[in-house]
Design a protein around this ligand. Sequence first.
Ligand SMILES: Nc1ncnc2c1ncn2[C@@H]1O[C@H](COP(=O)(O)OP(=O)(O)OP(=O)(O)O)[C@@H](O)[C@H]1O
Ligand SMILES: [Mg+2]
Length: 320
Amino acid sequence: MNMAFSKKQWADAETEGSGMTGSRQIIQVEGLKKAFPTPDGKSQTEIFGDVWFNVAKGEFVCLIGHSGCGKTTLLNILSGLDKATEGVVLVDEKEVVGPSLDRAVVFQTHALLPWMTTMRNIAFAVESRWPSWPKEKVRQQCQKYIDLVHLTGAEDKKPAQLSGGMKQRVGIARAFSIEPKTLLMDEPFSALDALTRGSLQEELLSICRTTEQTCFMITHDIDEALLLADRIVLMTNGPEARVCEILENTLPKDRTRSNMHTHKNYYPLRNHLIEFLVNRSKQFKEEVSSSSYDPKHPPVVRPAAEDDSKKPELKEVSVS
Ligand SMILES: Nc1ncnc2c1ncn2[C@@H]1O[C@H](COP(=O)(O)OP(=O)(O)OP(=O)(O)O)[C@@H](O)[C@H]1O
Ligand SMILES: [Mg+2]
């Protein structure tokens, strides 16, 4: 079945801009392009280009796309670890020119210092953020986030003494402990088994709701994106990847991993994302040539969104 967006669908898609309207924008990505030199050094390969989107204060945005479309490269530019070929990233209206403690990053692998305990790994970040804090205040700040990620009791263990999920928890606690303006995450749970991943997703969601943390996260996992994200940026395949559209998550805010599939919007949202990853991410160039696509205002879509008052309640179910 050809599910490419028709002209009518493009026209119907709300084009109210690439960010959540009405809220203060914390991350602004404006016309970003990244090109790398070809192996012979004679020309350049554009990985992605003309990328525009925003993340509002307290919002959780996921970016989904196939391997190689430039997700990590984009996140490295957002964090200040890499430079764009064209375009700018603003965080709280200041241009990103290098790494900053305003932007915490959680990598796919834990990136902990192997000779330091859990407490020291986190304290190292807290001391860098607030150099004048006395030792006891640093310890209390670390303990608060160690407790939040359920690592109480593992304070004195070194990374080699922790499981993969525990190490990722330390990375998350370290990122939250510096109370950054933005939390950037590059597939933080992809190396974990399904059960650990599920519980960490729920912990992350609960901490984000409590702290109203602004988050930008890369993922391959559709259910992870639907659980965590308020909006999902859909990136087409590379090279020359583009933001195809931005999907608004129409599931209720109080969704959980065990009940979100009971909501009538779940399958339309999920099917839309699967259709994107299976077909549309490859066919975007044909799709876009017959539309009024504007990269500065990628279409904002709300699959299955109807009158909110008619939405059924989420049902609590138990899953093993
Ligand atoms: N330093 C570099 N020099 C040349 N090409 C690079 C460099 N870094 C990344 N690339 C290329 O840029 C493209 C995007 O890489 P990137 O790691 O951002 O992809 P990704 O979307 O994160 O993939 P994955 O889902 O597998 O992690 C790839 O084709 C990669 O080979
Ligand atoms: Mg990557």
